[in-house]
Design a protein around this ligand. Sequence first.
Ligand SMILES: [Zn+2]
Length: 249
Amino acid sequence: MDPAETDNLTSKYSSDISEFVRMNLHNHSTFSDGSFTPEFIIKKAIEYRLNYIAITDHYLTSKTRSMSDEVLENYITQMEELKEKYRNRIRVLSGVEIDASRRTDFHRMRYDLLNSMDIVLFEYVNDDVWGGMHLWELFDVFDRIEVPIGLAHSDINVNFRDIDYNALLQVLEDHGIFVELCPSQRNSKFGRPFYRFAVDFFRILSDTDVMVSIGTDAHTRPEEIGDIQDAVQFVEEFDLWMNLISLKI
Ligand SMILES: [Zn+2]
């Protein structure tokens, strides 16, 4: 982004930019392997003074409890009702999380339904440990998705270690892919979230138009829904304010 444009944006948002960082765009409900209903998650998010909350249940993977395409229709209807019900209190987004491995039945994927939601997360992209497909093997899938696509809890420093970060960021930008900051213990090593091992990547990212989200991958503990603090601090430390996906959705 050119510096003049950044200055404009900074002055436009400086008074209320902190509103935009208070998001959790990665939560699982009873529609897949989470313990809470979507409505419970939304109410908790309001208690935690979040401004954006997304429910992103698993879809079509054999790895865990996951939605079939029939259940997905039902889920979308319920999410639309909840968006409406809470519209004056919090921005509710609907999404799914797709396991980027052969455990997912890509042939059954209903792109019309995916495109009626707000975001689609992909986990395990380029992740050898979990048998994730390479980023470039997924281009055909990405091209059929018209809503923002996110890389969920990626251990970037490991998964993309052989790829030049400038080249990687260009690909992410071209495909409209954002990168999630996931501060949960589940997606940490040595007690630190994966993104803290990829500071070189995020330093370069802050000068690009690639967006970032915050998502905690909440499943079973209510506190996980509001536990965004380390990621908020990371946004501050690496000046990622203008990269926040909430500015665009
Ligand atoms: Zn997840």
